[in-house]
Design a protein around this ligand. Structure first.
Ligand code: NAD
Ligand code: ZN
Length: 238
């Protein structure tokens, strides 16, 4: 008997855009007007220590005020409809999928509520408030405390999960890639060039990915396209 079909979601910043959390912008990569290199790079974060924490403090407060949108809710409804058969991978560091009801979300780039100590590898969660600079609760270091967000140039431990899932894709599976430019992770190579039925949902066409390789391409807001996919997914998931 063929294994039951699975649904894999691979989301990026565009999924949360309609909740009011901006995506990356500009050729050199600006995030909320700040050069990514300044606040999101493992080689420069210590020299920009204050700016790094100010930046993620502001993101943490902003994301706590944002609400999940119809796209997040659609994904949560699929996970509830097909227990154990939906895998949710996200590049987002916000908590909107969880707040829509999703569980076991694989955060490929970490989470905005987390802090990580580079001295002792301790990782812990704080509330949706600015970090009070009190240092690592395990070793006491103040200068080694970094947001638990994966920076450029840093290892991403959960990429192992991503690659294992990609390797396991079969033709009865569906992969929905939503709200990602493909600049940070090559969603086309990972999912469109796989045996799965692949669906791209992005606001508009772009040239960073081989978009023709996706089985289906849906351009427009995620809040419109994701809920509208439910009927077709019922067919595919059986
Ligand atoms: P990106 O900013 O590079 O690309 C965003 C993509 O979303 C674009 O292709 C755009 O067309 C699409 N998009 C924009 N609005 C949309 C909408 N309403 N509906 C559907 N699609 C829409 O995003 P990325 O590829 O995820 O890379 C950004 C990196 O920055 C990620 O690694 C992530 O960790 C981080 N980031 C996270 C957040 C967040 O957690 N909410 C926000 C910004 C950046
Ligand atoms: Zn420590």
């Amino acid at each position: 008997m063929a294994a039951q079909p699975r649904l894999i979601i691979f989301s990026g910043a565009g999924l949360s855009a309609e909740s009011g959390l901006p995506t990356f912008r500009g050729d050199n990569g600006l995030w909320e007007g700040v050069p990514i290199r300044q606040v999101c790079h493992i080689e420069t974060w210590r020299e920009n220590f204050r700016a790094v924490h100010d930046f993620y403090d502001a993101r943490r407060v902003a994301e706590a005020r944002a609400e999940p949108n119809a796209g997040h809710h659609a994904i949560a409804s699929w996970q509830q409809a097909w227990p154990g058969r939906v895998v949710i991978l996200t590049q987002n560091i916000d908590t909107l999928l969880e707040r829509a009801g999703c569980t076991d979300v694989i955060h490929l780039h970490g989470g905005i509520r987390g802090l990580h100590c580079m001295a002792c590898e301790n990782e812990w969660e704080i509330k949706a408030v600015p970090y009070d600079q009190s240092g690592c609760p395990a070793c006491g270091s103040r200068t080694d405390v970094k947001p638990a967000v994966v920076f450029f140039g840093e290892m991403a431990p959960r990429y192992d999960d991503l690659h294992n899932i990609v390797r396991s894709l079969r033709r009865q599976d569906t992969a929905i890639v939503v709200g990602t430019s493909g600049v940070v992770l090559p969603a086309d190579r990972l999912f469109a060039h796989s045996p799965a039925h692949s669906i791209l949902v992005n606001l508009k066409p772009a040239d960073q990915m081989d978009e023709e390789a996706f089985t289906e391409r849906l351009y427009g807001p995620a809040t419109k396209h994701l809920p509208a996919l439910t009927a077709a997914l019922r067919e595919r998931m059986g």
